[in-house]
Write a protein that binds this ligand. Structure first.
Ligand SMILES: [Zn+2]
Length: 280
């Protein structure tokens, strides 16, 4: 991790970055997001996975800014960089906004405005930032705007911002898939009551997609087995059993391994599954 960050930082130059690359986008909007005072003492320098690495002038800045992490991330996500989920602060040297040879760090207006300005304490700068955020939110509310119920971000209308709605949908799908794999014999109603936000239509869609995916995986395993390649027998047995139970919704206690119902559900895969089950 350290070496990765080191490499990222070593490669960083005030003029580096291609337009459209997420870090360049964030840096260009940074002063707008946090305000000039904060931008003078804290700069984003790298994106590693879901973390935006921010160099700050001191531990006090890191500490103060950590209270505004959610607000900053909201703004970054709104720029179209949804992968950022947290900030990682590092104390380091804040480069002058005007680089060598007249090169500019971010956008020209900021580059011109930043180097001047009196040093402000972290407490004051962050308090000012907080006040600006509060003013913005009040104005948004006054203009009839809404706020995302999950992240609190400002949205034009509705109750969730796009990234949160997508994330929620993914969460619902993953939860439903897990239940269908572990307890495929459950009634749809039982699954729907267990997963918050799952509708009957979504359940049907997820179930059909899952059955297709499982059959594909079993077919692939059969191919591998035919050429004596390694297969995960435990997973295949579990898949086959989940597949049959989800397809037929028969009580597992009433289903014999060699029952016609199983044979029928597995179709051309039946012989392969029996082979795996008998350890051949
Ligand atoms: Zn949101």
């Amino acid at each position: 991790m350290l070496s990765k960050l080191g490499t990222a930082l070593a490669g960083w130059r005030p003029s580096a970055g291609r337009p459209g690359d997420p870090l360049t986008v964030i840096r260009a909007a940074w002063a707008d997001i946090v305000g000039d005072d904060v931008a003078r003492a804290a700069q984003p320098v790298a994106l590693t996975g879901s973390a935006l690495v921010v160099i700050t002038a001191s531990g006090a800045w890191s500490h103060q800014l950590s209270f505004l992490e959610r607000e900053i991330i909201r703004s970054v996500v709104a720029l179209g960089v949804p992968q950022v989920e947290r900030l990682r602060f590092r104390i380091g040297t804040i480069r002058a906004a005007r680089g060598a040879g007249g090169r500019r760090l971010v956008r020209s207006a900021v580059a011109g405005a930043l180097p001047a300005g009196k040093p402000v304490s972290a407490d004051d700068a962050v308090a000012r930032f907080r006040a600006v955020v509060e003013r913005r939110r009040n104005a948004h509310r006054a203009a009839g705007g809404a706020f995302c119920a999950t992240c609190g971000g400002a949205i034009a209308t509705g109750d969730r911002c796009r990234p949160c709605a997508d994330g929620e949908e993914r969460g619902v799908r993953e939860q439903c898939e897990r239940i269908l794999f572990d307890a495929p014999w459950l009634d749809p109603e039982a699954v729907i009551t267990q997963v918050d936000g799952l509708t009957a239509e979504a359940y049907d869609r997820i179930r059909r997609r899952l059955l297709r995916a499982w059959v594909d995986e079993l077919r692939l395993a059969r191919k591998r087995h035919a050429v004596k390649a390694e297969i995960d027998r435990i997973r295949i047995r579990k898949l086959a059993s989940s597949y049959v139970l989800l397809e037929t919704r028969i009580d597992p206690n009433r289903l014999e391994l060699d029952s016609p119902v199983r044979q029928n559900a597995l179709g051309d895969l039946y012989a392969f599954i029996r082979e795996v089950e008998s350890g051949k």
